[in-house]
Write a protein of this length. Sequence first.
Length: 364
Amino acid sequence: MRNLFIIIFCTCLCTISRSQIIVQFVPELQGRTTDGLLLAKFTNATAETKTVSIDIAVTEKKSGKVVVISTAPFNLMPGVNSIDRNAASTAVIRFSENNLARLLRQSGVFPEGEYEYCFQMYRHDKTGRGEMLGEQCFDYLVEPLTPLFLIEPYLKEKICEKRPSFTWQPSLPAIPGSQYRVTVAEMKSGQPASEAMVYNLPLINQSNILSPMLIFPPAAKELEEGKTYAWQVTVYKEGMILNRSEIWEFTIKCNDTPKVEPEDGFRDIEDLAKGNYYIANGKIKFAVYNAYEETNLQYSILCLNKPDQAVKHLPKVKLKRGNNNIVIDVSENDSFTDGYHYIMTVRLPNNTERKLRFLYKSGS
């Protein structure tokens, strides 16, 4: 038995040592689209320039083979290489005959599933495809990314703050090492927000943001009274865009007399959900109308400063029929940090959702 083990071990070692090409592929980035597959890099571990072609076969655990991409031959220099642009643009893509493959053909995006990505490298000479130079496979569970939601400034909101902060809800599942970019551009009269974002010089184009909020950059020029601005958030990793938010617009307007709320007043959750700035002094207070039978309020809270930090031990809240003045006391909850921003998602009895963004103050 020991001799058999030695033979098997030597066989594996020899196979690895003969590998001439090493594939550098990041499934969470490049394994979500067919175009992403062609962004893999290949290290030629020899001192010889090789003419190669590459087959990329993708299989899903339940559906079987989904797609095979075969590149045209191209030269692989010693060291790290990308697939030659001409070889990638003329690659042959063969989709399988199953539902997953049909969805992929239509959108170019891999649906949710458990995938295996296998790269096979072949030598080419004057007679055509020759020996296989190496094969590497990667496994990855593709989960759909949730939309990247903007929170504040709210869509078409009029604010007086000329150096506002920007907050958004992260896209999930979180990709380790991903970062955000916030872009803000002035909108000209009659100009759509999408056009302003593409053609106008950005006033803010801040990248390398780690948390889902941006305090107005100190070096940026403050925004101007009466002007309207468009803003958008992008999440990316290693130069590859993972997701983009919608483009929202807001206006700087300071002429209106601010509305003063009574200290113990309850503002309707519909009003709060529209992006009005809210400070929770140890307690979250809002009013809601329930036209249905008495039930428990369904809600959850996410910390925007630390999205990975779970907010636990939230108190149960009863909803009676009719008008409800809700008080959620979180002053003794260790999940809340003074000065941090949070977003509460409330599911009402009619299955509609309201999102309330607030700044937590300890109340002391």
